[in-house]
Design a binder for this molecule. Structure first.
Ligand SMILES: [Zn+2]
Length: 314
């Protein structure tokens, strides 16, 4: 008998349709099948959502990638029944059951199963892994001044980790109000625009928006001489126009960071979240049942104040 499952299908820009798909009968030895339990909506997913399926169409389940679930099938048997953080193939995790590569799959502690909302917090292990990897590339933060240009859930995670690693001053810049309780996330302050902080005054400037070059330019301007700029947000173009004279005169170091070694960073991220559980759980501001997928994406695409990480649960 052919097994089927529900899926959300991006049929036009910003529009999902619920549908049913067939589950592949055969898995490759390096793959596992995961039953979805919780999924966080990321900026990249919102970019894909707004952009729409394109002329070739989007695979059902696209776009979600911060997924927690239970392994239902494992050709090598050892992961079956295990609670995992598993990044779906083609970012197509908005399905009852999805396929993930084994090396993008990490066995979570069963601790997360204690309460229902805990699974939503466990989805943060994936984005946090990318943040920890990125900051490992930026040197010692002890006593340093750090600014994040863009304060979404990723910016909040940057603030939290920078504070834990001993940064002296942690500032965020975002026109949208994300929280009134900035200290809970490790920030000294979050301001609405760059003019509220001094130019050339931060040791580490993080670009945490992506998709355009203006926020990268802001990060470069705020960086002090001999400072570092972390370009974290995913770029939208092959070429960006940046103030090269400023980079040159201030002897700046531009650091990029993408695709961590998952097998190394997912366990470190899980341990960090368990240690800083209160702050991590405050990053999740909304939990929606999967039936409200459209509503949840619409919310993340809007500029609603105090919306932080939005998570879907099945
Ligand atoms: Zn993401």
């Amino acid at each position: 008998m052919v097994d089927r499952t529900w899926a959300y299908h991006l049929v036009s820009p910003s529009t999902f349709k619920k549908t049913e798909v067939t589950i592949p009968e055969e898995l490759k030895t390096a793959e596992v099948e995961v039953e979805l339990l919780a999924a966080g909506i990321c900026g990249t997913d919102i970019h894909n959502f707004k952009h729409g399926p394109g002329s070739e169409g989007a695979p059902p389940g696209f776009s979600i990638h911060e997924c927690v679930g239970t392994v239902r099938r494992d050709p090598q048997k050892e992961l079956e029944g295990q609670l995992v953080l598993a990044i779906p193939k083609e970012y197509s995790g908005l399905k009852g059951k999805y396929v993930a590569d084994r090396d993008h799959c990490y066995g979570l502690s069963r601790h997360w199963l204690r309460e229902h909302d805990q699974l939503a917090i466990a989805t943060l292990v994936q984005p946090l892994a990318t943040v920890l990897f990125a900051l490992d590339r930026c040197g010692d933060l002890q006593g340093k001044t750090v600014v994040s240009v863009g304060i979404g859930p990723i910016g909040l995670l940057f603030g939290l980790v920078a504070r834990v690693r001993g940064a002296r001053r942690v500032v965020g810049i975002d026109p949208r109000l994300i929280t009134r309780n900035v200290e809970a996330f490790g920030f000294d302050e979050i301001v609405e625009e760059e003019s509220a902080v001094q130019a050339s005054s931060f040791d580490l400037c993080i670009e945490a928006v992506g998709g355009q070059d203006a926020t990268l330019v802001t990060a470069l301007k705020l960086c002090c001489p001999d400072g570092r700029v972390l370009a974290f947000g995913v770029p939208s173009d092959t070429y960006y126009q940046v103030p090269f004279m400023e980079i040159f005169r201030k002897r700046l170091t531009l650091i990029t960071s993408v695709a961590p070694e998952w097998s190394r960073y997912l366990p470190i991220a899980e341990a960090f979240i368990r240690l800083h559980c209160e702050a991590a759980s405050a990053i999740v501001s909304h939990i929606f049942s999967i039936d409200r997928t459209q509503e949840a994406f619409d919310l993340v695409a809007s500029s609603t104040p105090e919306r932080r990480k939005v998570v879907l649960v099945t």
